[in-house]
Design a protein around this ligand. Structure first.
Ligand SMILES: [Zn+2]
Length: 146
């Protein structure tokens, strides 16, 4: 279940995706939040900038959580992300010990907006949500479809 408090943090993740586009990076953004909503860390996709195929924001934050948070804190921490994590990041999320992922666009919605994104395996997650807000950075980067 996605609450209004979740939606506020999810909008911030979508804003990070939009900001990534303005920086010339791919349109994906994520953040980690404590149970009280405090933002612990943020990231956006830097695959092109870093010439690193693993530089997805979800993977960077999973690595950060695994190294910076104790197990109990990680389990209480939620990732908010502009798109459903890909298979690579989903694996890292499981290993990070993070307790929950909330995403805006589902993989299915992302692929509908940009077929080249392809489909990925999934882990238990909440979404989709905020389609009207979350489609903005996707369409501004890839161009509106149909
Ligand atoms: Zn990924």
């Amino acid at each position: 279940m996605i609450t209004p408090a979740d939606e506020k943090l999810l909008r911030r993740a979508v804003d990070l995706a939009a900001r990534a586009v303005t920086l010339g990076d791919a349109p994906y953004g994520s953040l980690l939040a404590a149970p009280d909503g405090t933002v612990l860390a943020e990231a956006h996709n830097t695959v092109r900038r870093d010439d690193d195929i693993t530089a997805h924001p979800e993977l960077k934050l999973a690595r950060w959580a695994a190294s910076e948070l104790d197990r109990e804190t990680a389990a209480r921490t939620t990732m908010y992300t502009s798109c459903q994590p890909c298979g690579m990041c989903a694996g890292a999320l499981v290993r990070s010990g993070l307790g929950r992922v909330v995403f805006a666009l589902s993989t299915e919605q992302l692929v509908a907006l940009n077929p080249e994104s392809g489909a990925w395996p999934t882990v238990p997650q909440d979404g989709p949500a905020l389609f009207d807000a979350a489609r903005g950075p996707i369409e501004s980067y890839y161009g509106a479809k149909g």
